[in-house]
Design a protein around this ligand. Sequence first.
Ligand SMILES: Cc1cc2nc3c(=O)[nH]c(=O)nc-3n(C[C@H](O)[C@H](O)[C@H](O)COP(=O)(O)OP(=O)(O)OC[C@H]3O[C@@H](n4cnc5c(N)ncnc54)[C@H](O)[C@@H]3O)c2cc1C
Length: 471
Amino acid sequence: MRSIHRKELLTVTLPRQRIAILGGGPGGYEAALVAAQLGADVTVVDSDGLGGACVLTDCVPSKSLIETSNAMTLFNRSAELGIAAGGPATVNATRLYERITDLAHAQSRDITSRVAAEGVKVISAHGRLAGPGTVRTDNQEVHADAILIATGAMPRILPGAEPDGERILNWRQLYDLTELPQDLIVVGSGVTGAEFAGAYLALGSHVTLVSSRDRVLPQEDEDAAGLIEDVFRRRGMTVLGRSRAKSVTRDGDTVTVTLEDGRTVHGSHCLLTVGMVPRTDGIGCDEAGVKLDAHGFIEVDRVSRTSVPGVYAAGDCTGVQMLASVAAMQGRIAMWHALGEAVHPIRLSHVAATIFTDPEIATVGVSQRAVDAGEVPARSQMLPLATNPRAKMAGVRDGFVKLFTSPGSGVVLGGVIVAPRASELILAVSMAVEQRLTAEQLAQTFAVYPSLSGSVTEAARKLMEFTPDSP
Ligand SMILES: Cc1cc2nc3c(=O)[nH]c(=O)nc-3n(C[C@H](O)[C@H](O)[C@H](O)COP(=O)(O)OP(=O)(O)OC[C@H]3O[C@@H](n4cnc5c(N)ncnc54)[C@H](O)[C@@H]3O)c2cc1C
């Protein structure tokens, strides 16, 4: 008998479910792919280009810039590694920014082709909810059995520090510059601020990082944040702690950041990285009864349902965890739920994340803060990279591997890796957390010699030594 394809079966036996998706970033387009795979009739309404801010202005461009800055760091260390190069490297800013924007647009085109190949209809327009089951643009109405809102977020504007797009900038405006900022002041020392400050320092700008808190990366693992701050200072960055910016003004080619205590900092450019606000204004949430929190984020449960039946939300507009991987998972879960598939609620405690500084900081599972606060009983082991043979060969001195395990069972609960390409190394820890492997199982896994991942198995071995009932 001829086997029946799932898509065919659904088409034949059920009325085709109609899905409308507002926003074509990772939250929206990944959902569209899943819904199409399940045989739904899918329409995406997007105003700025598929891939969303993730691909066009935020994640992809910033990581591309960082790739260049990493290459620059390596190039400038060439003498130390035994290479005689002709003096310090310099940046061709026009070529750099061209490469970044070309790459972002190419990625957006790839996504557009992929989505089209799955039969998803795309309407390039600004859209809004217009009553239950309807998304409206200026000249079209899309009727749907379920709607997903995935409109993302945009840079927060600090009153008194409005970007002018030339010298006072948000990160989306950097790629329009024709030169490398000579003297860059970065306001905000969260993930985005730290990534750009580090990247521009490596590219050759003089960088001042203005942090309102005691230290950079205040939300992150304290050991990792402390290490990055040391690296920044050692490489010549000026880091101003406990310095809250009050205003940013421009006079010709000079920008001035005035701090709340009256001090001023002068530079050629100022980059503002002071957070994101959700794009939920004017998209019909109030009229449709979709509940927002006090900051304007859409409230959702762990299967992406909003307060209105049949309306789901995913990604940055929900504020759940502002990562592309989380947006995509929320979007997929919404579709599995809406289309009647078995679905697991999202597990945020298993999300692997990376801060793309140099070295990178990658984390998964329980945090040191939760352990210190007594929220999670855990044993921990931190191993500096300085003793790792591969690190020595590469001249890497800054970094560590930290693992957390459950005191009773030895199950790996989480970890922090600070290393070059920690974003790749964390997968081993991530798998251990997801699969509930013990330190012993991780320790018994072969790591290549010599390799940075050898420090992961070594840290696990050290945790075995501390297991009270181990032989
Ligand atoms: C500088 C920076 C670097 C980052 N780096 C990383 C990283 O390395 N890794 C990571 O995981 N995450 C990273 N992120 C976060 C990541 O970019 C976001 O979490 C991700 O973009 C969220 O996806 P989304 O689908 O919710 O929204 P977006 O990507 O913002 O997409 C939303 C889409 O909706 C469209 N839209 C909005 N309103 C409407 C409307 N009314 N009608 C029609 N269309 C509309 C927009 O045009 C856009 O295309 C970074 C963020 C920043 C700021």
